[in-house]
Design a protein around this ligand. Structure first.
Ligand code: G4P
Length: 533
């Protein structure tokens, strides 16, 4: 049971009905608006079922944070679970700001599909493309939503062509816009020959039509010549575009395309129905020892996100875990593989738009929040006893390195503890230099430095400043030959540090010096991405 509701239960197979996805887009394309509308569909069902579980009214976003308010961006990833039709959807929100791309990458390790939102006037933009590349690396199938059709837009063929060419992805339009901008009147379902009218109340029903000759199109496009032009266009779309192919989609080679307007809540129902129909249920996950199937009876999962201070009234820390197999039951004991110690899952939580509720049971594909006081870290694997570790939650070599300057030297120990915690949450990376000098923090984007500073002050009463370091680049180093590795570490003492896991990190002052060392030490691998351990 997902939630304690009186609503009729959906069909039995809990894994097959899960859809865990994220929305990828360039800022301003309409991700937030679309998220809200998707939740409306799920929200109605929740209200009808009256969730009985004790709920706290909290924000899923850390809007307590001054920084976020000031800059009007969301700096944290959140997850929203909702039911629609027979499906349970887990929508993982990804922060829009580029500085938080690391968080976004990690979130994408926990989804099975993604919705790519494109602004119909702008087409594929830089960040969409970057996020798409991450999805492609992980073979995540993409459903496309072309948004803002109610505004002046580019020609739909032109947009499809751009997706095909710039992303090397086949396109299969499922709906086709009837008019654009001021003349936008609805969409035509190319597969089922049905029209969804913009003027129909609440994105409700569709009207069947006999075909492209149907006189309804003349009514919807009354300007002289518009209907005729549209018919030619739609005929081309029907006959000329690739038909939808489930295998090609699931393998990440083809994207079904929906047109609509998130703001007008138009076309969103087709999108969510499409996700229910074709988006894949939870996938198997690779662990170090074997592949884990979602239908296995024993519970496994991995932590991809830690979030602190979700509720300003309770200083809590939530680890977001994707369940990979089995059933997670409230109160069960799991094994935290990194330490070998048991952890009691006494209050796992589901998150909704504004609320959270205790999760009595969760299945593969679900994302649950586990409250803890620093026991869990990003990348942690939980099992029912098996020694296995899920791979692929990445850590990226930071692009900015700073030393921390503490104004009150008495608080050095407290600072160490605080930095350790922030690093475990993934706010920053922490490097402890081998020569014993003060800690270096590394970030992918500058905004993370502001967040760290503000949180150290607000949560630990630690006023800090940053100082530049002579290092500009760092790389994890590995080698099959332990003696070579030891030799390198020994001879580069003043440029060596260790990360949170104690792994050796080489720090270079310039790209040139990094290259020089790489050439001189062929037995050593210098890497800029590392799996959490
Ligand atoms: P993001 O999360 O991807 O950054 O985008 P968001 O949903 O915040 O949307 C960005 C802007 O685009 C918002 O306008 C939003 O209202 C508008 N928008 C989203 N979908 C549509 C659509 O289908 N049609 C039209 N015409 N506009 C759309 P804003 O003026 O920046 O913000 P607001 O003051 O309206 O909230």
């Amino acid at each position: 049971m997902l939630m304690q509701t009186d609503a009729p239960r959906a069909p039995a197979d809990p894994v097959a009905r899960r859809r865990t996805f994220a929305i990828i887009s360039h800022p301003d394309a309409g991700k937030t608006t679309l998220t809200e509308k998707l939740l409306l569909f799920g929200g109605a069902i929740q209200l009808a079922g009256e969730v009985k579980a004790k709920r706290n009214r909290v924000s899923t976003r850390s809007d307590w944070m001054g920084i976020e308010k000031e800059r009007g961006i969301s700096v944290v990833t959140s997850v929203m679970t909702f039911e629609y039709g027979d499906c349970v959807f887990n929508l993982l929100d990804t922060p829009g700001h580029e500085d938080f791309s690391e968080d976004t990458y990690r979130t994408l390790t926990a989804v099975d599909s993604a919705v790519m939102v494109i602004d119909a006037a702008k087409g594929i933009e830089a960040r969409t493309r970057k996020l798409f590349e991450v999805c492609r690396l992980r073979d995540i199938p993409i459903v496309t939503f072309v948004n803002k059709l109610d505004r002046e837009s580019r020609d739909p063929f032109d947009l499809l062509d751009e997706i095909e060419k710039t992303l090397a992805l086949d396109v299969a339009p499922v709906t086709w816009p009837i008019g654009r901008g001021r003349s936008f009147a609805g969409t035509y379902d190319l597969l089922r020959r049905r029209v969804r009218r913009l003027d129909a109340a609440d994105d409700a029903g569709t009207v069947p039509v006999s075909g492209l000759d149907d006189p309804l199109f003349d009514t919807l496009l009354p300007e002289a010549g518009d209907a005729a032009t549209w018919r030619e266009e739609a005929e081309l779309a029907e006959g000329g575009c690739k038909p939808f192919d489930l295998d090609a989609f699931r393998e990440g080679h083809l994207t079904p395309v929906f047109f609509g307007s998130a703001l007008r809540n138009f076309g969103v129902r087709d999108l969510i129905d499409g996700l229910a129909d074709v988006a894949p249920p939870p996938r198997g996950q690779d662990a170090d020892t074997r592949a884990v199937a979602p239908t296995e009876p024993k519970m496994t999962g991995f932590v991809f996100k830690i979030q602190a201070n979700m509720d300003p009234n309770h200083r809590d820390r939530i680890a977001f875990m994707r369940v990979c197999s089995g059933k997670l039951s409230r109160g069960m004991k799991a094994k935290l593989v990194r330490t070998g110690k048991p952890i009691s899952l006494s209050a796992p939580q589901f998150f909704f738009a504004q609320d959270r509720a205790i999760a009595d049971e969760a299945y593969a594909g679900d994302v649950v929040g586990i409250p803890n006081h620093g026991t869990l870290r990003i990348g942690d694997t939980l099992t029912e006893g098996e020694e296995l570790v899920f791979r692929g939650v990445p850590s990226f070599a930071p692009e900015l390195l700073r030393r921390i300057k503490l104004t009150d030297a008495m608080k050095a120990k407290k600072l160490r503890e605080a930095l350790q915690q922030m690093a475990e949450e993934g706010v920053v990376q922490l490097f402890l230099p081998q020569d014993g000098s003060s800690a270096i923090v590394g970030v992918v984007g500058a905004l993370q430095l502001d967040v760290l500073k503000e949180r150290l002050q607000a949560e630990y009463g630690l006023p800090i400043d940053y100082e530049p370091t002579r290092f500009t680049i760092c790389r994890w180093i590995e080698s099959e030959d332990q003696a070579e590795l030891d030799k390198f570490v020994g001879s580069h003492g003043s440029s060596m540090a260790s990360d949170l896991d104690g792994a050796p990190v080489f720090m270079a002052t310039t790209g040139f010096s990094l290259k020089y060392e790489e050439e001189r030490a062929p037995a050593i691998r210098f890497t800029d991405v590392k799996d959490y351990q």
